[in-house]
Write a protein that binds this ligand. Sequence first.
Ligand code: ADP
Length: 368
Amino acid sequence: MAELRFEGVRKVFAGGTVAVDDVTLEVRDGEFMVFVGPSGSGKSTLLRVMAGLEAPTGGTVRVDGEDVTVAEPRERDLAMVFQAYALYPHKTVRENLEFGLRMRGVKASERRERAEAIARTLGIAPLLHRKPAELSGGQRQRVALGRALVREPKAFLLDEPLSNLDPGLRLDARAELARLHRKTATTFLYVTHDQEEAMSLGDRVAVLREGRVQQVAPPMELYRKPANRFVAEFIGSPSMNIRRCTATARGTGGGVRIEGPGFDLHLDDGRAHELPHEILLGIRPHDVLPVDGDEAPRDADGEIELVEPRGSDLLVRLRLTPEAVLSVVAPPDLGAAEGDRMAVRLPPDRLHFFDPRDGTRVGPDGAS
Ligand code: ADP
């Protein structure tokens, strides 16, 4: 069990690449923390700095309050699980599980007991005599996890451990990881580029971009109250619609008029007066509501350009103007086809606003 801290951590590689830029963040004792961001955003580098595989250019890393910035990896007592499982190919599963304990001088009978207990937990007990080449990808992944678990480290550092697995197995392995986390109550720090995986696993998720933390929050808070445009577009699928528009106050108590390409909205919320004139309006495709009938109130309408069936729902591309399209997730019984006209509502409590200059969230917290 351990609390992990990054304090003002910076990493500049030879050649001048700033991989991590002033990251301060705490992973709480027993927490499942996920770092998510596009490729190259500095996730792995941060993990490697915590593991002691990479020395930071500046800042401090702590395990349970203790400064370990220059400590050797093995002194930190953290277990790292990589994408490439790196099992010993000539050793059996049992020998792979016991190897780390052997290196630490744990005696044979205890090694045996601990390896067997972990193998039972992971459902790989029947495979103890096999070699890695005789295992499936999923089984190998369990052995790699088992090898980390058997050491009972203070925390686990996992770098895209599921990315080599087939989609079906990935879901199983994800559920298994969540279960293991609950069972061991150990701190997990997990890196992935997959926002859906991050959302499903993390107690909290840190979104990274270009070496900087954009937001750290529980998954649903990231989804409902993204701190900026980048988080808004990165989290959630399909991506949030974002349109540049103008906000104009309509006099005392008269609300605010929001105008943009293909839509014209009126907000009654008094706090909307705080909006800057130029604004980015965001709404998730799931929050746009198709409306029925020619007379029904509407905030926008357009021509359906594309309907993509997704099984449980439809993804509709609605052309509002020659320049503007809106993605809409519609129910499967929509009853409209490509070429038809469709009207929609944009519920005020589902709108997000961002400052076009720096992308930060502004205005009334409608989407809560
Ligand atoms: P992520 O894990 O988010 O994909 P990384 O932490 O691997 O990102 O990389 C962050 C940035 O640092 C990238 O621009 C990457 O090219 C660069 N980088 C990573 N490792 C090294 C290295 N050993 N030498 C030079 N540049 C590196």
